[in-house]
Every structure is written in structure tokens, then in C-alpha cells.
Write a protein that binds this ligand. Structure first.
Ligand code: PPS
Length: 305
């Protein structure tokens, strides 16, 4: 594994700062009222809610869904996904309620706090926890106003991540809570890694789940090709103000690297072993880790080498 590249670094004792609202750690820049009011939002029959733990492919999936509902047209350079497909607990209930139908909504809330019902459609996207931790580390360094962690090392961040002491709580609590409802007809489950493997196929599958105009666009080869092209990493790496606010000089871009396996550049063997042990302990009795059997095989091999 890594021996000093990127930001594995050593422990400096730095921890990101958060604001605790309703018992949940939140980015400091999010108004507490957003979460308070989000908790009473009642999803409607036409709502499409993208639900993720942070850094698991949220924006990528939002972009795809936005285009499926907009005749395959990409988000314009001066538009913002944060307005077109807003984050429920950042913007609050009133903002979401006035959106045109179908309402396109993002949430990072764990299921017990999320506005879940059988009327709306939920798209749950998840990524292996190792790459999620790496991406979340870069995110946390980069959004200085939220976390005050611009000098933190991966070693520092890892301690918060493995404790679940980061914004939106513990990765596994989130995954386990949502995984329990993935068999329901109104819940669609996909992994970041599956999107990377065969985006075209996943867009057809997603269109079938969404139905209506989204399904028509996904089934039309020409418009689907447009959606695939405009949701490629290279395309999304352009005009990044469409996805997130500007990052300070010297920090990574929001659409940063977009690969499976960046954990190899960040984790020490000891960190790998600790997150592996936690993964196995908390998911025991479920088939969740089968989503990433190849990645886990590689990690087990690295730990026993
Ligand atoms: S957030 O802040 O929770 O909404 O972040 P989220 O959008 O879930 O995750 C950001 C990571 O997704 C990567 N990304 C992509 N990967 C592949 N292809 C495309 N088109 C794409 N768009 C975004 C982005 O680069 C972040 O991952 P990392 O590993 O940091 O690069």
C-alpha cells in the first residue's frame, strides 16, 4: 500500500469540525433549520429521491437522472445541480416543496431520519467503503468553510471515518439501514462500481425503474448515448461549478479522480485491516460485501501479505 504518496501522512491529531444537529454531525455551513424542516418533509408520488452516504456517486447519479427527465440534455455550464436537484437537508422542506414536478431531491440521511415512504421512488447508490473514505477525505480537506481541515492528513481523517464520527454519521449504519429496504418496488439499488463497469446498461436499468419520459430517453439509443457521454468523468470534470462551490487553491477538484481503487494510494496495511475487520463485523449475516467481492479479495490478500 502507500508509503507516503498523496496524503496518508502521520497522525497530527487534527479532526474536522462539524455541527451536531438532531444528533447528527453536519457540515458547518449547512443551516440547522434545513435539517430540522427536512425531517417533516412528506415525499409525494412523483418524487425521485437520490439517497446516498456522501461520496458514493450522488452527483453522477443526479446528473444522469436530471438528463433522463430532460430529453437527454446536459446541465448547462451556468446552471447548478444544487438548484435543479437540491439537497433536502441543506435547502430545507419549503424549498423542496416549491420545486416543479417531478421533484428531484438529494439526501444523505440515514434511513431512520430520512423521509421514506412507499409513494416516492428512491435511488440508493453506494460505493466500497475504502474508496468512499478516500474521496470523503479529499472532500473534507477541500471544503474549508465546512470542516476547517485543510491541513488534515488521511491518517487523521481515517480515525474519524472509522469511528463514524463524520458528517451524516457512520458509513455502515447508513448502508445497513437502507439495504434493509432495497427489496421494495420503489427502491433502486446500484453501486458506484457497477456504474463504472457498464454505464450504458445501468442507464437502461435506471430508466426502467423511473418509467415515463425517463424510460423513453433511456431506451432511445441516440438520446441514451448523449446521456452516457455527458455523464462521463471527463465531461463532468468540465464546468465544475455546475456541481459544487469553488474549492480553494491547492485543494482537489470536486469531480476529482473518479476511479475504483484509489484506496491503494492512501491506506496503510494497518488501516486496511481495521476497516476490513469493521466491514466484516457489522455486515455479518448479510450478503452486502458480495457487491465488492473482487475488491475485498484484494484487500484480504494485502492484509495477509
Ligand atoms: S457528494 O459530495 O456526497 O455529493 O459526492 P458524490 O457526488 O457522492 O461523490 C463524488 C465522487 O464521485 C466522483 N464522480 C465520478 N466518478 C466517475 N464518473 C463520473 N462521471 C463522476 N462524477 C463524479 C467524484 O470524482 C468523487 O470521487 P473521487 O474518488 O473523489 O474522485
Amino acid at each position: 500500500m502507500t508509503s507516503g504518496s498523496n496524503h496518508p501522512g502521520s497522525l497530527t491529531g487534527l479532526r474536522p469540525t462539524y455541527r451536531v444537529v438532531e444528533g447528527l454531525r453536519m457540515p458547518c455551513g449547512f443551516p440547522p433549520e434545513g435539517l430540522h424542516s427536512a425531517l417533516s418533509y412528506k415525499p409525494r408520488a412523483n418524487d425521485i429521491i437520490v439517497s446516498t452516504y456522501p461520496k458514493c456517486g450522488t452527483t453522477w447519479t443526479q446528473n444522469i437522472i436530471y438528463m433522463l427527465f430532460n430529453n437527454g440534455q446536459p446541465v448547462a455550464p451556468d446552471d447548478s445541480i444544487r438548484e435543479l436537484f437540491p439537497h433536502l437537508e441543506e435547502k430545507g422542506r419549503e424549498f423542496i416543496e416549491q420545486l416543479p414536478e417531478p421533484r428531484l431531491i438529494k439526501t444523505h440521511l440515514p434511513l431512520p431520519m430520512a423521509p421514506f415512504n412507499s409513494d416516492a421512488k428512491f435511488v440508493y447508490v453506494v460505493r466500497n467503503p475504502f474508496d468512499c473514505a478516500v474521496s470523503f477525505f479529499h472532500h473534507t480537506r477541500g471544503f474549508t468553510k465546512h470542516y476547517d481541515f485543510s491541513n488534515g492528513t488521511f491518517a487523521d481523517y481515517f480515525e474519524s471515518f472509522i469511528e463514524g464520527a463524520v458528517d451524516f454519521g457512520d458509513y455502515f449504519d447508513h448502508l445497513m439501514s437502507w439495504y434493509a429496504v432495497t427489496g421494495q418496488d420503489n427502491v433502486y439499488f446500484v453501486t458506484y462500481e457497477a456504474l463504472k463497469r457498464d454505464l450504458d446498461r445501468e442507464i437502461v436499468r435506471l430508466g426502467r425503474f423511473l418509467g415515463g419520459v425517463a424510460e423513453q430517453v433511456a431506451n432511445d439509443p441516440q438520446r441514451r448515448a448523449q446521456v452516457v457521454a455527458a455523464s462521463s468523468f471527463d465531461h463532468m470534470a468540465r464546468d465544475q461549478l455546475r456541481w459544487a462551490s469553488k474549492r480553494p487553491e491547492g485543494q482537489t477538484d470536486f469531480v476529482r479522480k473518479g476511479i475504483v481503487g484509489d484506496w491503494k494510494n492512501h491506506f496503510s496495511t494497518d488501516q486496511l485491516r481495521r476497516l476490513l475487520e469493521k466491514s466484516e463485523a457489522v455486515t455479518r449475516g448479510t450478503d452486502i460485501l458480495d457487491q465488492w467481492s473482487d475488491i475485498y479479495a484484494e484487500i484480504r490478500a494485502a492484509c495477509s501479505a
